[in-house]
Design a protein around this ligand. Structure first.
Ligand SMILES: [Zn+2]
Length: 400
């Protein structure tokens, strides 16, 4: 049975007492064991002293009436009164703001995005065009992302190439040709992106699975000559590459859940080639996006650990998606942090950042689904570690 780390922390804090890990409405009973001042003040207005005392053990109450009252109070306190708070989960880091190192917001959605960021406690957003496939019928202009950062330089940081460079790589791979003129054009495009003020390249992908309509499949070995060229350009400029790649250890059949889409029947192994990309230029930081998520089931803690140990220029951004059917989960179904992920973050406190992957251009105000998961994660991290992942690491990486 999977042990959740929230449980482990509380057990540790209270001196090894075995709390029940039952949840109601996605809430852990442990939130009542040590509520912070704000939450306690609010809970006290909804529950009487006797009830609070009964709940303070952090165990699931046997009394059904109390369970209901507690659930209602918790919901009210965390959803309706969080006006000045960035979070709705009431945990120990619930007021910490953070840098979102991976999202998609252009100038078109900037004002809605800013509102959303404020309500979710996001201090800054690294915004980048999503990866675009050759022939994809979609209008994405990298300049719209540049403009967001130019208009709000204190709020947005621009990464470019998802719509231009990424398409060029996959086009070249499909054609099987690599003329010098293509290398030249690729280099010039990358330089233009840097001249526009980009602090990195993204979202670049080597393996992107199609999960819904108008969501493209893209697959090119991560050590393709243009990826290596991009690594050299990024290394020289001192900027990172934000890299989306589903992990495939060995050639494998496409997971049944995503069959019947434009994905191929067999997915080709890509980890060895990914390691060649990282080893190609050690001056280049590769941010492997979406740790804690994945549709092949192979981006495990074990694999992440192995690669972080072997490649000092590897960083990872954490994505938590409540919806969808990712095969890898960082929070379990009741929202508790899975202990093996905490062990990994603790082992590499300087190598993780947060990347919501919110798509603000669809509907900026409602694009908070993944951010709720991030807040839930922050609430369960030891404060020092939360500070590293939310602030210190992205600041250092992006020179903020
Ligand atoms: Zn992505």
């Amino acid at each position: 049975m999977k042990q959740s780390i929230g449980l482990a922390i509380v057990v540790f804090a209270l001196g090894a007492f075995a709390a029940d890990n039952a949840t109601a409405q996605g809430m852990s009973w442990q939130v009542f064991a040590k509520p912070d001042k704000t939450l306690l003040a609010c809970l006290s207005s909804e529950l009487d002293k006797r009830q609070l005392k009964a709940l303070s053990s952090g165990e699931r109450p046997k009394n059904k009436k109390l369970r209901r009252a507690a659930g209602r109070a918790y919901k009210d306190c965390t959803q309706n009164t969080a006006t000045d708070s960035a979070s709705n989960s009431g945990g120990r880091n619930h007021r910490i703001s953070f840098i979102d190192a991976h999202a998609h917001a252009s100038a078109k959605s900037a004002s809605g995005t800013l509102t959303s960021m404020e309500s979710m406690g996001i201090e800054r957003t690294i915004t980048m065009p999503p990866p675009v496939a050759p022939g994809q019928n979609i209008r994405i202009s990298e300049k719209d992302f540049v403009r967001a950062a130019q208009k709000h330089p204190d709020k947005f940081v621009y990464f470019g190439g998802g719509a231009s460079l990424n398409k060029m790589v996959h086009q070249a791979a499909q054609s099987g040709k690599m003329p010098d003129s293509l290398r030249k054009k690729f280099t010039e495009t990358a330089q233009d992106i840097l001249d526009d003020g980009a602090k990195g390249f993204g979202e670049i992908t080597a393996l992107h699975l199609s999960l819904r309509k108008n969501h493209p499949y893209m697959g090119t070995p991560p050590d393709h000559p243009l990826f290596l060229l991009l690594s050299d350009i990024a290394g020289k400029a001192g900027v990172p590459i934000d890299f989306h790649m589903e992990a495939v250890l060995q050639d494998m059949p496409l997971p049944a859940e995503i069959a019947g889409r434009p994905n191929p029947d067999i997915l080709s192994a890509n980890i060895a080639a990914f390691e060649r990309l990282m080893a190609h230029n050690r001056n280049t930081t590769i941010i492997w996006a979406h740790a804690g998520w994945g549709n092949t089931g192979q981006r495990t803690v074990e694999l992440c650990r192995k690669l972080l140990e072997a490649h000092p220029n590897l960083f990872m951004s954490i994505k938590i998606e409540k919806k969808g059917r990712p095969k890898i989960r960082l929070l379990d179904r009741s929202g508790m942090l899975v202990s093996e992920w905490l062990e990994l973050f603790t082992q590499f406190p300087d190598r993780f950042i947060l990347g919501s992957d919110e798509k603000y251009d669809r509907d900026a105000k409602r694009a908070q689904k993944n951010t709720h998961g991030i807040r839930r994660l922050l609430d369960q991290l030891p404060p020092d570690l939360a500070q590293h992942i939310a602030h210190d690491n992205p600041k250092r990486l992006f020179g903020l």
